[in-house]
Every structure is written in C-alpha cells, then in structure tokens.
Design a protein around this ligand. Sequence first.
Ligand SMILES: Cc1cc2nc3c(=O)[nH]c(=O)nc-3n(C[C@H](O)[C@H](O)[C@H](O)COP(=O)(O)OP(=O)(O)OC[C@H]3O[C@@H](n4cnc5c(N)ncnc54)[C@H](O)[C@@H]3O)c2cc1C
Length: 590
Amino acid sequence: MATSALLLSLACFSLSFRAASAQSTSPFNRVTQQQWDALNASVDGRLAISVPLAQPCFDSVEGVVGSDSLVPNTVRCSAVQSVWTNTTFRVQQFGAYEQIFSERLHGEGCDLNALDPKDPAAMNTTCQLGSIPPLHIDVRTASDVQAALEFANKTGVPLIVKGTGHDYLGRSSAPGSLALWTKNLLGQTFHEEFVPEGCDESVGRALTNEAGVTWIQAYEAADANNATVVGGAFQSVGASGGWLMGGGHSFMTGKHGVGADSSLQYKVVTPDGQFRVANKCQNQDLFWALRGGGSGFGVVLESTIAAHPAYDNKVAIVQIQNISMDAQFEVFRVFAGLRERLAREGWGGAFLPQFTEGTMAISMVNPTLSDEEAADTFAPVIDYVNSINGTDGILVTTNGFQPSGNYLFIQRNYIATVPVGLGAFIGSRLLPLSSFTSGNETLDELITAMKAGLSKIGPGVWPPMEILMDTPLLTPDANNETSMHPAWRSSAFVMVYGVSYEFDATQEEEKELMQTLHEALDFVRDVTPGSTEYNNEADILTENSQEVFWGPNYPALLEIKRKYDPNNILTGWQYVGFDKGAPLYERYNL
Ligand SMILES: Cc1cc2nc3c(=O)[nH]c(=O)nc-3n(C[C@H](O)[C@H](O)[C@H](O)COP(=O)(O)OP(=O)(O)OC[C@H]3O[C@@H](n4cnc5c(N)ncnc54)[C@H](O)[C@@H]3O)c2cc1C
C-alpha cells in the first residue's frame, strides 16, 4: 500500500483534527491552516496524513485528519488481514507499529486480532487513531528535519521520530504529535578504508547506513563485501535508530561488543536545529552520548559502523519438549557453568525457557572456533541434555551442531522471531557474571528469583523469558568510549521477561500486565543489586530509570542533552532528561 494513496487533502488538516481530538487543549489543535501549509511547502509537499493500517476493515474511524473521506473497503481489508503479522510489511507502513501498544491510547486503537486477523469481533467497533501521530513527514533531507524542529519550537506540537516502529515503550508514536518518518532514507555505502570526517587516519572497513536501513539490509551489504556487522537479532529492526543509539546487543556481542562499540560516526540534526557530524574527531561529546545514551540527542540521518571480518559461524541448537520449569533450570545451571569459557571464546546465543511444559531452546553461535573446538566447549550441555532425554517424559528433539555459515546465513536460518501485531510489554535485567562465579548459594538465590519471576509472568503468546548471552565481556571499554552503564561489561546475560495481550484488552488490563511484569522483575532486581536494565527492552514502570540505565554516566549525559536540546524538544518516556509528569505521558495509564 503506497503512502501516497493515503494522502488526503491538506485543506482539512486543522478543522478535522480539532473536530476529532478528545484533548481540546492539545497544541496540535491550535495550529492554523497557514502554518500547516507553510510546513508542507518547506518539506516539498511530503507532509502526510497518518491512517491506521487496519482502517479499511472498520465501518467508522475517529481521530484521523480528514476521516470523513475514509470508507471501509473489503478488498484492501482482506489484503491487510493477510499481512497483519508480517513484520517486513508493517515496517513499511506509517500507520502500523510492531506492537499495538504504540498505536493504542487508553485501551483503544484500530487493531485486528493477531491470532485470527479475520475475526469479526475485532472490527466491530470504531477505528481510533489512538497514539499514532496524526501527521508525519516523509524525511529525505536534513532541511526536512530542521523545518520540523522549527515548527515544533513555534507551535509546541510534540515532535517524535519513527524509523521501523519497533520500540517496546511506544516512543516512536505519541498522540497529537508530528512525526519524522525516516523509513525512506535507504542509502548504503561500504568503505574499504573509512576516515571519519575531520580525522586524518582510516579506522578500517566500515558500512554506512542511512536511517531507514534495517538490519537485514545491513547484513546483506556486509555479506556482499565479505564482512560481518554487529546488529540486532530481529531483521526488521532499524540499523541506525533506537537499537544503535541505545547500545544494541547482538549474537556478535560476545566477539565484538555491543553495537555502540562498533559505531564510528553519526550524521544528525540536533534538536537545536544544527546539522552535525559526530565522531571521535568532532562533536565528541555528542558522539559519546549517541553511543549508548538512547534516543533524544538528535535526529539521525545516517550512521557508520565497523565492518568486521566474515566468519564461518558454528551453530549449536538444543530443543527439548515436555520439560518442567525445574528441569529447564537444571539445564540452565549446566549451561551457565560454562559462561566464563564461552565469554573467552566469543560465543553469543540465547537460552529460551518456557513457562509451561512446552519446548525450551538453546541457540549458540561461535564465529572463530573450529568444529572440534566448538564441540569440545559445548559438550557438557549436549551430554547433560542427552542424559535427561526420556526421563520424566522429557523429549529432546534437537541437540547438536548444525550446518555452519556466514552471519547472513545464520540470520536467515536460525534466528527465531517473535509475534508482531499484538500487544507486548517486556522488561530486562542484566545478570552479573559474579552471580555465576561466587558459589552455589549465590547461584541458587538467582535461579530461585528467576523462577519466581517466570511463575509470575505465567503462560502467554509472547516468549515469557529470554536469557540472552549478548553481553560484551570481551570488550571492556576501558576508556569509557561509550555511554552505556559500566555494568554491561561485567554481566553474563541480558535476561528479559515478556507479557502479551490482544486487541480487546482494556486500559485496566494493559495496566495490570505492566504491573505484573514489573513485579516479576523485582524478584531478580532484589538479588542483582547495582546491576542495570536495557533502555530499549525496559520495564515501563522501572523506578529511577535514568540511574538504572546509565548509572555513573547519567550526569554527563544529562549535561550533553541540555547542551544540544535546551528546550527538551526531542523527548520520550525514559529518555535522558525526560519529565515524567509531562502531559505527553498520560498515555502510559499511570
Ligand atoms: C522483535 C524485536 C526484536 C528485537 N531484538 C533486539 C536485539 O536483538 N537486540 C537489541 O539490542 N534490541 C532488540 N530489540 C529492541 C530494539 O533495540 C528497540 O526496539 C529499538 O528501539 C528499535 O529501534 P528502531 O529505530 O528500529 O525502532 P523505532 O520504534 O522506529 O524507534 C525506536 C526509538 O528510536 C528513535 N529513533 C528511531 N529512528 C531514529 C532516528 N533516525 N533518529 C533519532 N531517533 C530515532 C525513536 O524515536 C524511538 O525512540 C528488539 C525489538 C523488537 C520489537
């Protein structure tokens, strides 16, 4: 569905939005037609009306600018139903986000049933624009961003940036906001010798991705040049947006560190309206903030990341069915016992338990070991898993090494996906390596807490728990070149709990799920004092989030934020410098 097909007459912007908006005090309603026209002219006519993806399936629609001209359409509805849970399709649409929390407002939205997109019950209501920004600019140039910043400063209309719409905390949407959509910035350049602008020397091979490039496109470009880049597990996540600025963990983190360790240069428009190049030779403070400080320091037009050698990655997969929670954690105990060795050897991977007696899985990737070396390292897990096969009904369906290959091959063949098009909240906690090396009592305490949290989460469509071996133990960042919390460098795992909900969840049910997730994490927080949580995979209710995410780096980050964004124009939930009480955050139902 081309965006242009959704463009409606600009003449009805102010009037229709005022008529539909519940918040009559919204700055959006005070914008005059002349101001919209001027903004549209300054971005070469690329100001567009946002329409929820599923609108053709609904008889009535509210909140969309010019909604009078929108009618149901069975052919288009059927097309949307067939791709509702397709992430590649969703990231191409402005009116769709990966999780419906980004689209909903106080429990209302315009959603299909992700488990059965043809379910008429979901469509038997009014389609609400919800938290989707009513208008967006299809960004092509730095001057588009500058025009939007000037407009936001003058009018007070909140400005947000949307790349792919993957953000779990709904920060690439906001009700009554103007959005900058970077999806169509798709240029890529591979450099055999990359000299950051303003520097004299090459820093080696590198890949530049404009802001709309996703990780699968970056993996393809790296692969075509016999290289590997450190990127996200989910292929449709953006390569230059929230993932990279927030730090970014990867199956390659064990070998090459987090995404922030590999970033070499950004081109951004900072919220003060200036186009800037940030790297180790200029705007160094901004560069440091963009290496792990999260979103909000500027609108990124492109980033350049290191291109590492291509590898023949060894892959081990374990899948076990009908295994109790206690038995799963006994497998985890054997696996975690190898953690120091796995770190030294640069492994990445994931341990994925289940709440119910379903299928649990382990996926392991090593870029540099030989077949024999990899098999030797992982043998204790394989042997233990074989030893429990058949006991208490446990059924081991896969247990061993799979065909190896380059990172693109690994991505295409082995990386599991998560459901999209439904509601999900997740929250993370990094598990310190010391919890695994300080004796049985400490480990028992941690495992008891992890199980208690998992029991609290309960069953669901979403993976209830992921234990990701994506921590940079081999990459100490001794000179504090990134702004990530130092605890990342001494952590063994990124542990993530997740809960999900359907189209018909009420605001109260959403709120209860957030609380459940928060309380599940509390069990693990209690036994991991001083650890950190990942700002991109964060519990919305994390208390004192800025200290928890960035620790000793927070004061410097706040200073940099104030320098480049004195009016806090580019802000979002849990960003550096966010004001929890701002009207923008009423949507969090707190
Ligand atoms: C299915 C799934 C799998 C994931 N897997 C991983 C993983 O393996 N490792 C990991 O570390 N994280 C992972 N994440 C979390 C991911 O890092 C965050 O969701 C991240 O915020 C996504 O960034 P995005 O730019 O693609 O998404 P968006 O929702 O478009 O943006 C996220 C944030 O970045 C801002 N932003 C986006 N583009 C720009 C830009 N050009 N300039 C300025 N600000 C911008 C937005 O305003 C928003 O605050 C995953 C998320 C999902 C949903």
